[in-house]
Design a protein around this ligand. Structure first.
Ligand code: PMP
Length: 361
């Protein structure tokens, strides 16, 4: 997005302007190599250094322990709906799923192809809350417990780490990774498509503990095998070179801006601003998400619970240079996605628009 325009899309999402400018500046000649990142061999020393440096930056930002691999894979978040069971469910054939929204529901469904996924709590009719952990029925023989840390469509985010009593914990962090510090040691595996908080579409980051590399089903395709990818430093086949390079630049930007601690501070400030406006609007704006699990990344809300008014809201928002605010096609309404690259000052401007719209309608 350029100039005063702010793009609040859910993903692919806004990238820091300085990162886009840097990409533009070195697109024809990467670091004096006389070759573009779009042309460069993935086996060249220049590119292999980019992979190594990008892994090192991820390790630094999230304080990733040495007994975890950092992998760059393809197939997106959806690829990991298969990748996770293909690699992990072979241990016992069973897996537990905590379903809190559309994406974890899709992951649980996909896992049925590879074993026996089970829901730890009944699936609610509509999403907007995390079932009380005291009510979860966890199977001690599950190969893993799976959950989605931030449900991008419904705006439901975990503000705690689920306790699994020693069963490996697997998290889809596609829409909130690098938005806060994470105690990696509590997880067996974390994965995230890059296209929200950390880069363009095309690469999926997988952080996986070493002891989980040896349970893949024999049918696991090599491109989805954590063991194969770990052994070959994510270069089993041609990787998404450009996306990995861009992720490295976004990591630099996060490091320069105070790291994930500062991203979290900003995320709290930005999301609090919007939820406070919604809550004090006397029902003009409504959120269906329980305050205990409201997302700091995706803020979905309705305007007067009226599609016509929402259309007007979106039209006027666009005229005020706010783009990408339409809710997911499955739930409608409005959704402001406020990932790392959206600055507090830009959310504050959106807040003023939200207040003015309520005053005039
Ligand atoms: N998980 C989450 C939390 C997501 O938000 C998305 C995509 N928006 C996916 C998984 C699916 O990712 P992809 O489109 O990369 O397959």
């Amino acid at each position: 997005t350029m100039g005063d325009f702010v793009y609040f899309g859910a993903g692919p999402a806004k990238l820091p302007t300085t990162v886009l400018e840097r990409i533009q500046g070195e697109l024809l000649d990467l670091g004096g190599s006389h070759v573009s990142i779009l042309e460069m061999s993935h086996r060249s020393p220049e590119f292999m250094k980019i992979v190594d440096d990008t892994v090192a930056k991820a390790r630094k930002l999230l304080n990733i322990p040495d007994n975890y691999q950092v992998l760059f894979m393809q197939g997106g978040g959806t690829g990991q709906f298969s990748g996770v069971p293909l690699n992990l469910i072979g241990r016992t054939g069973k897996a537990d799923y905590i379903v809190t929204g559309s994406w974890s529901a899709k992951a649980a469904k996909e896992a049925e192809k590879y074993g026996q996924p089970r829901l730890v709590a009944p699936k609610p009719a509509t999403f907007g809350a995390i079932p009380d952990p005291a009510s979860w029925s966890l199977d001690p023989e599950a190969s893993y417990v799976y959950y989605c840390d931030n449900e991008t469509v419904e705006g439901v985010e975990f503000h705690f780490v689920p306790e699994t009593n020693g069963v490996p914990l697997v998290a889809d962090m596609s829409s909130n990774i690098f938005s806060k510090p994470i105690d990696i040691s509590k997880y067996g595996l974390i994965y995230a498509g890059a296209q929200k908080n950390i880069g363009p579409a095309g690469v999926t980051i997988v952080i996986v503990r070493d002891d989980l590399l040896n349970h893949a089903l024999p049918i696991t395709p090599n491109v989805l095998s954590y063991k194969v990818m770990a052994k070959e430093n994510s270069l089993h086949n041609t990787p998404p070179c450009f996306a990995i390079y861009a992720v490295g630049l976004v990591f630099d930007w996060i490091l320069e801006n105070g790291g994930v601690e500062e991203m979290e501070r900003r995320a709290i400030e930005k999301s609090d601003l919007l939820y406070n406006l919604i809550d004090k609007s006397n029902g003009f704006y409504t959120s269906v998400v329980d305050p205990s699990c409201r997302s700091r990344m995706n803020v979905p809300f309705r305007v007067k619970k009226d599609e016509k008014v929402e259309e007007k809201f979106l039209k006027e928002a666009k005229a005020a240079k706010f783009l990408g605010l339409k809710g997911h096609r499955s739930v409608g309404g409005i959704r402001a996605s406020i990932y790392n690259a959206i600055l507090p000052e830009q959310v504050s401007r959106l807040g003023s628009f939200i207040e003015e719209f309520a005053a005039n309608n």
